[in-house]
Design a protein. Structure first.
Length: 381
């Protein structure tokens, strides 16, 4: 049986970055992935993910976002794969909405470049958009989007170049801590290592059942439309990435035109599911609802429906991540609960996981992501 320094379970966004950073630090790394390198069955697909720094979720994320924005160009240069496109980003809603008020709070706390635009100015600057009279927007010039498939491919390429051994189409059945490290069992065999890094995505409820965190997996749908008018006003550089919150608290988000289509989706609120029970069919009523919601705010956007795809969000109760050494096992590092807003952090999370696995700690601020915050007094969620 071959022994490794570190085994990484899951080679999506976070796991691929962890495998690369660990191998780069001289670790003998085994990466295990149940899908092919395309990784299109979890949460690291769909062609685009927003990246922003005026972070309405919590100002504590901003230092990590700054580091991620330093790392994306490095990954692109080292791998030869384009990942990040800067478009500017707009957070739209009422002045007291979570999306706008939270973004302003982070921008002001960290001195981030931004502008506050009223509804008239939003419509003037971005003619595709029609905010209501009482809505405002925070515009962040440095925001944009990353391509998740490109990120995974780039990190896997760099991991292999650094000496990592990567196995695909090999689902993990279970893992356990041993006196000298960890043992991982798959359908092909068993592997041992000194340290385990678990990046399970929607499989967190099964692979990390003893963590004591009540994860919820929800089905999400991404939609692509061709606008009814010209594509030109929707091109990157003219149309920003955005998150838009209505008076009820419903959020939707979208992107500039890429490959002749414009992608939009609702932000959270999907049906609870598991990886085994998720409905992969996108139904006509869902398409109609998305078209109506988007069309009320971006009149030319519904146009013609082109396609849709499902993915899975894996959420914690407070919607913050879990990044930590496993509280019960010193040789196990966990990273999960990212869905909805995690992909923009991929390169810095890779650094953090390598730090935790090799050094036992990290210089990055991750106190917010301690799973202890979510555990019941008895240690069972």
């Amino acid at each position: 049986m071959t022994a490794y320094d570190t085994i990484v379970i899951g080679l999506g966004g976070m796991g691929s970055a962890a495998a690369y950073r660990l191998a780069r630090r001289g670790q003998r790394v085994l990466g295990l992935e149940q899908y092919t390198p395309a990784h299109d069955g979890g949460s690291s697909h769909g062609g685009s993910r927003i990246t922003r720094q005026a972070y309405f979720e919590d100002p504590a994320y901003v230092p990590l976002l700054r580091r991620a924005h330093e790392l994306w160009p490095q990954i692109e240069a080292d791998s030869g794969i384009a990942i990040f496109t800067r478009t500017g980003g707009l957070m739209v809603g009422g002045p007291d909405s979570r999306t706008v008020a939270g973004s302003i709070r982070s921008a002001e706390t960290w001195g981030l470049p931004h502008e506050i635009l009223d509804a008239t100015e939003v419509a003037r600057r971005f003619p595709t958009m029609r905010p209501a009279a009482g809505e405002i927007g925070l515009y962040e010039p440095g925001a944009g989007f990353v391509v998740p498939e490109a990120s995974v491919t780039a990190h896997l390429r760099l991991a292999e170049r650094a000496g990592a051994e990567l196995h695909f189409s090999e689902p993990v059945l279970d893992w356990r801590a041993t006196s000298g490290g960890v043992r991982v069992r798959t359908g092909r065999g068993e592997y041992t290592a000194g340290t385990l890094v678990v990046c399970p995505g929607a499989w967190a409820p099964r692979l990390l059942a003893d963590l004591g965190v009540p994860f919820t997996v929800e089905r999400q749908v991404q939609y692509w439309f061709t606008p009814s008018g010209s594509l030109e006003p929707f091109r990157p550089g003219r149309h920003p990435v955005y998150i838009w919150e209505d008076a009820s608290g419903t959020q939707f988000y979208g992107f500039p035109a890429v490959d002749g289509t414009v992608k939009v989706a609702f932000f959270r609120g999907g049906e609870t599911c598991t990886p085994e029970t998720i409905d992969r069919t996108v139904h006509p009523a869902e398409i109609d609802r998305m078209a109506a919601f988007a069309g009320a705010r971006i009149p030319e956007l519904p146009g013609e429906f082109r396609r849709a795809a499902t993915c899975m969000y894996t959420n914690t109760p407070d919607e913050h991540f879990v990044i930590a050494r496993h509280p019960a096992y010193d040789d196990v590092v966990v990273a999960c609960g990212f869905s909805g807003h995690g992909f923009k952090f991929v390169p810095v999370v890779g650094e953090i996981l390598a730090d935790l696995a090799v050094d036992g700690g990290t210089r990055h601020p991750i106190a917010l992501f301690d799973p202890a915050r979510l555990r019941s007094p008895q240690g069972v969620a």
